[in-house]
Design a protein around this ligand. Structure first.
Ligand code: LLP
Length: 426
């Protein structure tokens, strides 16, 4: 987070509050959100995309306090399940500022979205078009939709989070003609209001050339639709996926640079195809919330394994951060509760779960005197950590604490053993 300093006693402080105080009051592990950091990232995107709409991708991390913060900062919200939709609505997010995604939305989810009056639904299959069309007819309404297009771009990121190559579950294939067919069906039936096309090429992407290729391809489809049906779709969504720095090797583009590049390519392509430039939107999740959070753990054991490396076990692990195990993601760790002048030692920060893949940080230099009771901070855990947390080994999920101006506020409470037992009704 942006507002992290070292207090006089050597402990890390966020927005003026020592991590020791946070640990004393809320326990560990705990996700610590630097609220002003989150808000300033929202503002950076708003400033970079002032005439466009910025949809915060709630799958990265969603709770009511975050919904309210992003709404106050002028963002829109992308949800992809009924659960995310309910969270957004219960926080007072204006429904017209919500976009609803998903490759297998149920009839119940679609009905709820239509009844709530969400601003747009991003349709992802012919089955969904059929379902939504039936719902719209029943209710006598005309939901606004975008067609999600699979543009055939190989994004340079982990296979599990690349979404625009041909062979995968999301969207309508551009090359195979399904995307055009979907748009024609919606236009010809006239029950749904086709607002535009959508493409999302993947996540944690640094090389912006993928966005350029994808913009070019969806705009070619836009021109094809104009030529075939005489309509110019008014909106275009280029998705999210903007990478963040997990380690010092990562070098993400600033939102202003991204905006400049995206606009340039859209303008050039529209000029070439003689299209009116559509109203643009984007859907960043990770880039807004990822860097604003760190996880604070307490060290439980320190084990030197035959001089190969030292395993530092913390009181959480793959249940609060699955990303290292699932995507081979890189994180860093810092001794947070005190300063140390001890020599750096190669350590692996591991969790408390019953499997050896339970790694939080694969390789990190920690001071050689790191010991049980120390606090360790792992930065960059705002996106896809709490939102992908599990109860593996019946570990209750950690709380989220927002810090601002030296004050901490609990925004998601810690799960308790009673919460776990409450579901067990057998
Ligand atoms: N829009 C759509 C349609 C998406 O599917 C996603 C992410 C986003 C926007 C936001 O992407 P972002 O800006 O956050 O990269 N669990 C994985 C990431 C999965 C991303 C899924 N979709 C991870 O931990 O890396």
């Amino acid at each position: 987070p942006r507002h992290v300093t070292r207090a006089a006693d050597g402990a890390l402080a966020v927005a003026g509050l020592s991590v020791r105080d946070i640990a004393d009051r809320f326990g560990t592990p705990v996700y610590v959100l630097d609220e002003d950091d989150l808000r300033s990232r929202c503002r950076d995107f708003r400033a970079a995309f002032p005439t466009e709409d910025v949809y915060y991708a709630g799958k990265a991390f969603l709770c009511r306090a975050v919904v309210r913060a992003i709404a106050e900062e002028g963002l829109f919200l992308d949800v992809c399940t009924g659960g995310e939709l309910v969270t957004a609505l219960s926080a007072g997010m204006p429904p017209e500022r919500i976009g609803f995604h998903g490759n297998n939305k149920s009839v119940a989810e679609l009905a709820r979205a239509v009844d709530a009056g969400v601003g747009r639904i991003i349709v992802d299959s012919f089955d969904e078009i059929d379902r939504l069309t039936a719902l719209a007819r029943e209710r006598g309404v005309r939901p606004r939709v975008l067609v999600r297009v699979t543009v055939g771009v190989e994004a340079h990121t982990h296979e599990f989070i690349a979404t625009a190559h041909e062979d995968q579950k999301f969207g309508f294939s551009l090359a195979g003609g399904a995307a055009a067919a979907a748009a024609f069906r919606i236009l010809d039936e006239g029950v749904l209001e086709l607002r535009g096309l959508h493409s999302h090429i993947g996540s944690q992407i640094f090389d912006t050339s993928g966005f350029e290729v994808s913009a070019r391809r969806v705009l070619a489809l836009q021109a094809q639709i104009r030529d075939a049906r005489g309509v110019e779709l008014p909106e275009l969504d280029l998705g999210g996926g903007f990478g963040i720095a997990y380690t010092t090797q990562d070098d993400p583009a600033a939102p202003a640079d991204l905006a400049k590049r995206l606009r340039k390519i859209v303008d050039a392509e529209c000029a070439a195809e003689q299209l009116v430039v559509p109203h643009l939107s984007i859907e960043p999740g990770r880039a807004i919330v990822g860097p604003a959070v760190f996880t604070l753990y307490e060290v439980g054991t320190v084990k030197d394994v035959d001089g190969i490396r030292t395993y530092v076990s913390v009181d959480g692990g793959m249940s609060d951060n699955i990303r290292t195990a699932l995507y081979d993601a890189s994180y860093s760790a810092t001794l947070a509760s005190r300063a140390s002048a001890a020599e750096p030692m190669l350590a692996r920060v591991v969790g408390k779960h019953c499997e050896s893949g339970d790694v939080v940080v694969k390789d990190e230099f920690l001071p050689a005197d790191v010991q049980p009771g120390d606090l360790v901070a792992v930065p960059g855990t705002g996106a896809y950590c709490r939102s992908m947390a599990s109860n593996y080994n019946h570990v209750p999920r950690p709380p989220v604490v927002a810090v601002r101006d030296g004050q901490a506020r609990l925004i998601v409470r810690r799960e308790t053993e009673d919460d776990l037992l409450a579901l067990d009704v057998g």
